[in-house]
Design a protein. Structure first.
Length: 169
């Protein structure tokens, strides 16, 4: 009897061989038409002004600041955290302001939070505010839709009568 030999038949591809083979080398570079997803850039850590640091002058950043020392001047930041041992003498402007220490001056923020250890002597202009029990506050509170812009008026359309007029520089 004759039997059919498998020697002359083409081999059937296995599951591994059915998948297309791709070769990549570490030195290969993607073509300009290829899309390469990149990981989002990590947010830099907040800058910290230590408790033994005393600054005279203004501070401005688009990042976050933790203040533990004292500042004689204005501060502008994205997130500003005033530590329990900190003292600020000047205007504070930030998207988010968390006050654990002392501020002598105006506070402007989209979100302003006075913790139980906060001591504020000055006006607070905010979009939202939270004042914990035990916080000490002397001044006025005014809600505005855009508290970060000192030239904007509140919802009522009346400008702040206690505010000094803006100076052109």
């Amino acid at each position: 009897m004759f039997s059919k030999s498998k020697i002359n038949e083409p081999a059937k591809p296995s599951a591994e061989e059915k998948a297309p083979m791709t070769l990549s080398t570490p030195a290969s570079t993607p073509s300009p038409n290829e899309f390469k997803a990149s990981a989002p850039k990590p947010k830099p850590p907040a800058s910290t002004l230590s408790a033994d640091l005393h600054i005279t002058g203004n501070i401005k950043t688009s990042g976050d600041i933790n203040v533990e020392g004292s500042v004689d001047g204005d501060i502008r930041a994205h997130l500003l955290t005033i530590g329990e041992s900190a003292t600020i003498k000047g205007e504070v402007i930030a998207d988010d302001v968390v006050i654990n220490g002392r501020i002598i001056g105006r506070v402007r923020g989209l979100k302003v939070r006075l913790t139980a250890t906060a001591r504020v002597e000055g006006d607070i202009i905010h979009k939202t505010i939270a004042i914990e029990s035990g916080a000490h506050f002397e001044g006025s509170v005014q809600r505005q839709d855009d508290p970060l812009n000192p030239n904007r008026q509140g919802k009522s359309g009346v400008s702040n009568p206690g505010a000094a007029p803006a100076k052109a520089e």
